[in-house]
Design a protein around this ligand. Sequence first.
Ligand code: SAM
Length: 243
Amino acid sequence: THFGYEQVQVDDKEKRVADVFHSVAAKYDLMNDLMSMGVHRLWKAIAIEYSGVRTGQRVLDIAGGTGDLTMRFSKLVGPTGQVVLADINDSMLKVGRDKLQDRGVSGNVRFVQANAEMLPFPDNHFDCITIAFGLRNVTDKQKALESMARVLKPGGRLLVLEFSKTNNPLLTKMYDTYSFSLLPMMGKLIVNDSESYKYLAESIRMHPDQETLKGMMEQAGLVRCSFHNMTGGIVALHKGIKP
Ligand code: SAM
């Protein structure tokens, strides 16, 4: 049946994503620095800036992986606040937990294995939710956005940091060349896995553009949705508020 076919596709994607992140977990941070030439640090710093997170607040970093954002939020919210680092993949979570422990980040951070599509948290719980370079890996993105909206407090913010669409044809051409030939080559050299980095490039190409994602956030019930392009639209930061 048609339904049966779709089910297979969905399971395929979930398994593929799981394989990719189990495979790259140990070298994930190194690859991030190399592939983005360090710029991912800047993108993340801007996201933190936009979050407006303050002392004592409760933050969810979903698809948090190795914890770059969680680490910074942990300092911002202080001992009276709480940060939940959640990810579907236990290999990524383990690398994240070890890294945060090594850097002395603890006390106000919880680690939870969870799927963004069905978050295991109460309604109206978080002041801020971030999903950085994670949404494109989620099978049902609309469902994930709705789940995030549910666990946000009224007035709380959702920030989506994700690869997006450039509007400059030359930049697009350069970027495509980079992601479809250089990226898999680097993947091969560094983690001996070019397939995972091919997946990465494909998932970026398939991801909804700025306006579409904004519409999906509105559809999920968020208001005052807007986005901010970075690096010519290679990355966009979307923001929405729960009414
Ligand atoms: N946020 C981190 C960062 O910016 O460095 C990690 C980003 S990493 C590219 C994407 C993460 O999304 C992986 O750790 C992966 O396990 C996680 N992920 C994929 N699908 C997910 C889902 N359905 N729910 C939660 N996390 C998911």
